[in-house]
Design a protein around this ligand. Sequence first.
Ligand code: UDP
Ligand code: UDP
Length: 465
Amino acid sequence: MPTTTPPPPHFVLFPFMSQGHSIPLLHLSHILSNRHISVTVITTSANHSAVKSTLKNDSISVIDISFPDNSVTAPPGVEITDKLPCMSSFIDFVDATKQLQPQFEHAVRNLPPVSCIISDGFLFWTQDSADKLGIPRLVFNGMNIFSMTMCNIMEQFKPHAAVGSDNEPFPVPDFPRIKLTANDFGPPFNEVEPKGPEFEFMVRLQKTAARSRGLVVNSFYELEPEFNDYWNRNYGLKAWLVGPFCVAKPETKPKETAEKPNWIQWLDVKLAAHEPVLYVCFGSQAEASVEQLVEVAVGLERSNVNFVWVVKPKELRLIGEGFEARVKGRGKVVAEWVDQMEILKHEAVCGFMSHCGWNSVLESICAGVGILAMPLIAEQHLNARMVVEEVGMGLRLWPRDKVARGVVGAEEVAEVAVELMRGEGGRRVRKRAEEVREGAYGAMKEGGSSSRTLDLLIDHICGFE
Ligand code: UDP
Ligand code: UDP
């Protein structure tokens, strides 16, 4: 009797509309596609072209859905579009995405049978859709397991209730060797009796995620084994560490000099002259204060290190007139969207001054580049603790008096940048970064921990186990 081969598994990926949340899920779609899983990415029309150009893979289909024309009830002064607005209206934007629900469900119903939906934790309402359509859902929330564990422990044990100020260290329950402060956490986790919109928002995300089939985590077991084990032992929602996804980023083809972006040409010149370069970038979302940008500029100028600083266009004028002229020859300011991985992997780049967004940290790991940690918002302070104190591949830039949320002064920027680029601390960090890089690639190759975990996850979801 002829046997019929079952259709290959079909995963729907629905990223949240910000660079930091979309880019990793698009890399994951390549990883799944390389395993002969058919993948459909759902996005909004305004993000379609960005998604297409990141994907560079025609076998992954992309479907657009739109906000209904008359729908979005934006609070006064907040214009809701498919693009992420400023962070102050973040919760309103997340709530407004719920208006995509009918179109999302319509799109999924019209696809060939779907084995699994992987959607961002912020798109919390997709859990209701998944339940309605009878499809298992996995949640992606862009964080590592260390930071998620620390947040859960804060909620559960409230260790910060026992200290006198937000800046007084306390030992973390179940991990007493780790000392944190309330200032390492953003609201609502830094509050002892949390209430208000941020708290309600977080509870809603947690409750819907708890109904899912698990968390897809962009990290790898060897990077944070204790926290992975602790999480899966203590919390009902299983975490599957299957990254780092940036390993799957399509390689850019070698280009002729004239075709290279001017900052890559500049790095080529520095490499030929054996002059190591510090790469400076604070991600796509966080906005450093004007005061902080000025301190960074003055610090870089004083440090005498070579650097490429990628800024947002509106930040260019805040850095101050004459800055570029004063650092000419050893500093380059770029006010464009760059291919960050291409810069990090450039042989001239030996350090990364970063806000410690989780994607940036993973990209630095995959390039084997040590980090100069300057966290700004969200869970970046926890990521910085992890990179510097747990993993040992970074040096921390501390605000004066070591207050986690203060402004980092120019003298600190200059001193620690020099230490990273020329000092003993820098040598130690680079050696460690190289080891962690090996671990990351080892995890992703066939038989590595992330690759095996992904096999288990696919079997688990598709019912093959
Ligand atoms: N593992 C991993 N990443 C994970 C979970 C597990 O690399 O996210 C590895 C880890 O080495 C662990 C093994 O897979 O010891 C089995 O873990 P799992 O939690 O799947 O065990 P089970 O619950 O099936 O006993
Ligand atoms: N990124 C980039 N070019 C830029 C700025 C950022 O490619 O000019 C990418 C970076 O490589 C990373 C993402 O944008 O993949 C930023 O994510 P991250 O988690 O580091 O920070 P966020 O922007 O979410 O704060």
